[in-house]
Design a protein around this ligand. Sequence first.
Ligand code: 13P
Ligand code: SF4
Length: 303
Amino acid sequence: WAIYAPYVKAINDLKVKRNAVILGHNYMTPEIYHGVADFVGDSLQLAIKATEVEADVIVQGGVHFMAETSKILSPDKIVLMPDMEAGCSLAESITAEGVEEMRAKYPGAPVVSYVNTTAEVKAASDICCTSSNAVQIVDAMESDTVIMTPDQYLAQNVANESKKKVVYWPGSCIVHELYRPEDLRAYREFDPDVKIIAHPECTPEVVAEADFTGSTSGIVKWVKDNNPKSAMLVTECSMASNISDELPDVEFAKPCNMCPFMKKITLEKILYALDTMTGQVEVDAAVADKARLSVEAMIDLSR
Ligand code: 13P
Ligand code: SF4
């Protein structure tokens, strides 16, 4: 922590000077999560927070689609992205043309797009969803067939819990698709007490091995509520690091997989962005107006 202290102090001082808040995703490193973030949460919580913030500046501790979502919901605020290269394999897997392809293939079916998409894809969709409300959103659609983009595994996991026929785009998360059910079974044999907690971007075979599946905040809550002897968080590495100090009795099993995009966000880059006010996220106004309808429809259904 000593090496982080000067950055943490400088950032917290600049937040006051700029009237800025830092919205940090649960995958931020501990020094960001505990040291400078004003609010931490999953994608849905961060989106809702972006509608409530009173500060002039939002610094997004997360990836680009999250910053775009904040800008869409708070168009009059300055939204800073500490590294514009912090993308997401899911967001990169589909364009607005891809959404239209799906509509042509399944006429009349509504498009539910994961928030892990660009503003253009959100604008081309009927409604968004996150990992915490995907089943609820899909079930709320009137049609019997629902198109989900772009995560094929989230879609398959939703289909397993929903009464709808779910058709989907073949995108995937490069972090969660790496987990294999046989590795989880092998770990359970080694430690029968382990609780396996998975994110729904994992394959359905991995989800079938899990004791609980939920959004990143759902995972944090489950572990805090249940305080298991040992837990394997089948998700991004920082999740366990961020909560392990608070839960000294829980042994967190490795391995975990790192998101190279989330890890592009560092204290140094946050400091630079706030100091120079560079990395301002812009979304075309017409696109933002349409995308906002999809995000707000999701937020309204989730309340
Ligand atoms: P959550 O909405 O569960 O935080 O997920 C976002 C994400 O990118 C997970 O990989
Ligand atoms: Fe995208 Fe996967 Fe990284 Fe989440 S963990 S930001 S879904 S690449």
